[in-house]
Ligand binder design. Structure first.
Ligand code: NDP
Length: 293
């Protein structure tokens, strides 16, 4: 059985690590804020390490799930040299392709494989082990870590070389931002014109304007004003900005992708670092002076 180190017990890292432990892999966890790691270790019954370097030293697979690729680069700067020859770094952060390629090069120089493997499906998908996992890297590296990915992922897709998983994830996130914002605008305008959001969603969800936002996020989070905090708006902002950068790098005119990034940045400034991504609709509501409910 592959031994696993998991670095980063945030909102989605915790349920992913729990699935890995549940699948029987010997697991050691580390988190920057050590209280989170101790609570997790106690709860799930796995080993905790005081430093990232300590966590990775006997692992066949090191999973990172941090906020940004820059965080992964920073943490692995100290920890990479302690990883075993022939082991693999499986980075589940929604990262940026250029930084992932740089980390992969450093890893390769130490005979360590690298796979970028961002996930989609949210905290619930992680708890249920039904995440979509988009992977970039060498096919042999992916084959080696696939059993670990299968502990939390259902649809596992090899997208291309290192960075390809990050790129697909970033574009997916720009689309998510656009559908949240667009559905918010539509429902606020309809509410002001006298159509209830429930009725509007009943129609849209049986019509061509439907999306994950209209089918799941708005009914489960907006209409009931619950706005649970599962995925920070700050992280969606980071993702949409990566998407806009990829479009610029590839010289693809992408005004909507850029707009998605700008709207995320604007809402993030308005609502703060801890706001959930769906709370962005509150900005539209404030502008319009009307609520979706
Ligand atoms: P959180 O904000 O909940 O947690 C971030 C984690 O990264 C924490 O463990 C935090 O440690 C750690 N971290 C951040 N910066 C550093 C650093 N410089 N050094 C060491 N550790 C650091 O994020 P999520 O768990 O929600 O997201 C993690 C990744 O997964 C992100 O890239 C996100 O975009 C992606 N993702 C999240 C989803 C979700 O539904 N939440 C869905 C799909 C992808 P500490 O506890 O000390 O703050």
């Amino acid at each position: 059985m592959l031994s696993v180190a998991f670095l980063g017990l945030g909102a989605i890292g915790r349920p992913m690590a729990r699935r890995i432990a549940g699948a029987g892999f010997p697991l050691t966890v580390w988190n920057r804020t050590s209280a989170r790691a101790s609570a997790f270790g106690h709860d799930v019954g796995v080993k905790t390490a005081p430093t990232a370097a300590e966590a990775v030293k006997n692992a066949d697979v090191v999973v990172t799930c941090l906020s940004t690729s820059a965080d992964v680069e920073q943490v692995m700067e100290g920890a990479l040299s302690g990883m075993r020859d022939g082991s693999t770094l499986l980075d589940c952060t929604s990262g940026d392709p250029a930084t992932s390629r740089r980390i992969a090069e450093r890893a390769a120089a130490k005979k360590i494989g690298f796979v970028d493997a961002p996930v989609s499906g949210g905290v619930r998908g992680a708890e249920e082990g039904t995440l979509t996992v988009m992977c970039g890297g060498d096919a042999r590296d992916l084959a080696r870590v696939r059993p670990v990915i299968e502990a939390f992922g259902k649809k596992i897709v090899h997208c291309g070389p290192v960075g390809a998983g990050d790129a697909v994830k970033a574009m997916n996130q720009a689309l998510l931002a656009l559908t949240i914002w667009g559905t918010g605008e539509a429902l606020v305008a309809l509410a002001k014109s006298g159509v209830s959001p429930q009725v509007a969603l009943e129609v849209i969800n049986a019509s061509s304007g439907r999306s994950n936002a209209s089918m799941n996020l708005f009914p489960e989070r907006v209409l009931n004003r619950a706005f649970p905090r599962t995925f920070r708006l700050a992280l969606l902002d980071k993702d949409a900005r990566i998407a806009a950068q990829i479009a610029r790098d590839e010289r693809v005119p992408a005004p909507l992708t850029q707009l998605a990034a700008d709207l995320c940045t604007l809402s993030r400034k308005e609502l703060g670092e801890e706001a959930d991504h769906v709370e962005a609709v509150k900005v539209i509501e404030q502008w319009a002076g009307a609520e979706i409910k």
